[in-house]
Each structure stands twice: as C-alpha cells, then as structure tokens.
Design a protein around this ligand. Sequence first.
Ligand SMILES: Cc1cc2nc3c(=O)[nH]c(=O)nc-3n(C[C@H](O)[C@H](O)[C@H](O)COP(=O)(O)OP(=O)(O)OC[C@H]3O[C@@H](n4cnc5c(N)ncnc54)[C@H](O)[C@@H]3O)c2cc1C
Length: 440
Amino acid sequence: MRTAICLFTRDLRVHDNPVLQHAARADRVVPLFVLDEAVLRRSAPNRTAFLLDCLRDLRGSLRALDAGLVLRAGAPATEVARLVEEVGASEVHVAADVSAYAQVRENNLRQALTDCALLVHDAVVTAHPPGHLVPSGKDHFAVFTPYFRRWSATPLRPIAAMPEALRTPRLRTGKLPTREELCPGELSPKLPPGGETAGRDLVRRWYAEGVADYGDLDGATSRLSPYLHFGCVSPIELIDQAGDAEPERAFVRQLAWRDFHHQVLAARPTAGHRDYRPRGSRWREDPEAFQAWREGRTGIPIVDAGMRQLATEGWMHNRTRMITASFLTKTLHLDWRLGAQHFLNLLVDGDIANNNMNWQWMAGTGTDTRPNRVLNPCRQAQRYDPEGTYIRRHLPELADLPTRALHDPNRMEPEQRVARGYPPPIVDVTEANAHSRTAR
Ligand SMILES: Cc1cc2nc3c(=O)[nH]c(=O)nc-3n(C[C@H](O)[C@H](O)[C@H](O)COP(=O)(O)OP(=O)(O)OC[C@H]3O[C@@H](n4cnc5c(N)ncnc54)[C@H](O)[C@@H]3O)c2cc1C
C-alpha cells in the first residue's frame, strides 16, 4: 500500500493544486502543515492571523474530501521525517518555492528523507516555474519586457483537478493554536479574512464587477495579493479566467510581474537582503526621519496617507508603495532594508520576492533599467490622486482642506496645519530631489 504525504506550505488550497493532485494518486494520503518555528519567528501578527484563517478554511475543505489536516509544529524536515516513519509513507509531495529559506527547507527535507521520495512540484506558487524561462546562457531574466514576451508566449500547465475524495489513515490531527500563542502583538484593525473560500469569492467578484474599473489610485485593484501569497488562489486559474479586454490584460501583466520577481529571487536568493546591483553605500542614518515615515507623519500627505493605510489595513496600494519607497530611499536616502522590513512587519501579503525585489527596484539597486529615477510625491499625488480622494480617506484630519494643499505641503497654510495637528514637511522634496534629472 502506497502512502503519500501532501506537505502544504504556501499553497493553501484544494483547487488547482498539483501537490495535492499528485499525492492523492497514492493509496493513502496524509495532508500535513508544519507550523514552522523559523518562519513564524520572522512572521508578523497580521500575516499570522491570515495564515490561521487559511488553515481553518483548508481543514474545512479537506474535511469535505473525507480527510483531516494534520498539524505539527517545529522544523519541517524533522516533523515530516517523523510522520513518514509513523504512517510508513513512501513519498512526500511539496511545492517548489523561491526564497533562500525555502531552498534550504527543500534541501533539509531531501537530507532527512532517506528511504522516502521527495517530489517537488513546479508552477504551484507561480504561473511559470522560475528557471524555466531564461535568456540564452543566463539563469534568469533581469529585464521585465523580454521576460513578459516569453512569459505570454509560453503555454501554462493544465489546471490540476481537485481530488473527489481522499483516503487517509487514522491520525491525531492536532489543534490549531491561537494567533496570540503563535505571534503576539497588535493587529491592524481592518484585515481581510484569509482562506481559499474568501479568496475564490474575491476572484468571482473581481472578474464580475471590479476588473472593469482596474486602475491606479483612483480606480480599483483586486486586493488578491495576500491570497496569492498564501496560495489560496492559483495564479494559473486567475490567468485562465481572465478575458481579452484591456483591463484583464493589464491585470494579467501584474501577475507576470509577480512571476518576474520570483524568478529573480530564485536565481539570486541573496537579493532578499543584499543589493542585487550594488551601487556603493550611500545610505544616511536618521532615526527621526525613519520614525516619522513609519508613523505617517512626514508632513507630505500622499506619503503619510500610504503609511496610514498600511498601518490600518495591513495592505497598501501599489502606487503608494512606490511613492513611500522612493521617498524613503531616494529623498531621505535611508537604506531600503529598513523600509522593506517595516513593510514586512505589517503587510498581510508580505512576501520576500515581491516586497524586497520591489524595494530594490525603487531604491535603484534592483532590476530597474533606470536606477536613478525618483518619484516626486507632490507630482505623483496630482497625477494619480487628482481629487485628493485617497489622501482624504486615509488622512481624515486633512479632509476639509482644498485639494491643492493636499497635493503640495508648501500650499498648506501653517495655521491650517497647526489646527489639525499635522506636522510640517520633514524635508523640502524639491530641493532633496534636485540632483535627479529623472524626477517624475
Ligand atoms: C515597495 C513595494 C513593496 C511591495 N511589497 C509587496 C509584497 O510584500 N507582496 C506583494 O504581493 N506585492 C508587493 N508589492 C507589489 C504590489 O504593490 C502589490 O502586489 C499590489 O499592490 C497588491 O494589490 P492587488 O492585489 O490589489 O494588486 P493588483 O493590481 O490587483 O495585481 C494583481 C496581483 O499581481 C501581483 N502584482 C501586482 N503588482 C505587482 C508588482 N509591482 N510586483 C509584483 N507583483 C505584483 C500581485 O500578486 C497582485 O495581487 C510591492 C510593491 C512595492 C513598490
């Protein structure tokens, strides 16, 4: 009798999951999730709350397939090896992943499983597997446009059928710990619910109603990033369901950006913390400016609005992620790692590939072909939040001010500022950005 372990990592779904599909071909399958101490130590309350929602939901979906989700806590290699012994498994199935940690985890599993096969499945976390699309003689694409051309022209793997039922041995499944037990600390007040059920609902609503309005700060975005990060929705299903109209195409292009950053990190795992393209050490130290940025009290409304959205929702719009990151690294000249870590402390979609590679892009140490470009927050606000709707939503203390004062702090009267308890700008943006010929 063949027994397989289906080791879930960040593929927390039963639909279009090749890991589950292949494991289910054995006579018996044991769905397993390991609460990995090393990951949880670096996680954040918002993401842990979302993860627990995902696990609750996955448990429910597996129950409907006559199976339980076995939970263990500790180091994955040790826990998996122990379970292999306990159930007499001959194979362990797991999704390929990209970060340095994920690569070490896979190696540790390989070493721990001596009499048991480790089957690593591609195209579970991303649509196209990192390393499959490469320019000749290189191990990854460093420029998005040619990558996207190849990405779009390459057929996707077929959608994996969900098993109709699973045959599992009788086992102690283990209780889900509370969020406070796993990762104490304050939660952002407006977090989305986690899990495949909520993710699939969101996808349905997005394609039915949202995508037509897909746009920048004044439009809609899918808010699918945390569901993609935890694998509650499959990128391949998302692409498969997209239509041919422009908004859908623009949306699918963003999914290609996601794959792009994943393939860069897979090839250069150290880029999670080291400059992808070192440009010399030019970072200042300014703990007060960093603190003002974190708190959303820089006196630049569009920057502060973004930072307040992050604190309240554990999520920030892509445009303000770009503006706040450019402001920290190119205007204040603070190290991108500080900003990336602060984002990871709060983002419910916090992801080393997407977060740290985008931070490097904005800091000019990553894959941007124009590393000197600087975003001027005032001009960005005028262009992308022309009515000041976004700023007013996240900075209610400024809601009654005229839009021009929201776009440009120099046009805010000192009395207006004082009456609202809003700080003066910590830096003169025009002067600070003056060196850059590419300020936008
Ligand atoms: C400094 C900075 C940090 C970021 N940190 C993260 C992060 O930790 N996790 C994360 O998922 N994204 C991150 N992004 C990318 C992007 O901002 C978010 O994916 C997006 O805002 C999520 O909202 P959405 O799901 O509504 O996006 P949509 O616009 O609806 O896009 C759909 C999906 O495409 C992917 N995507 C969109 N834009 C990008 C992009 N620029 N790079 C890579 N993938 C993208 C995401 O998976 C997203 O869910 C970061 C961007 C910047 C500039």
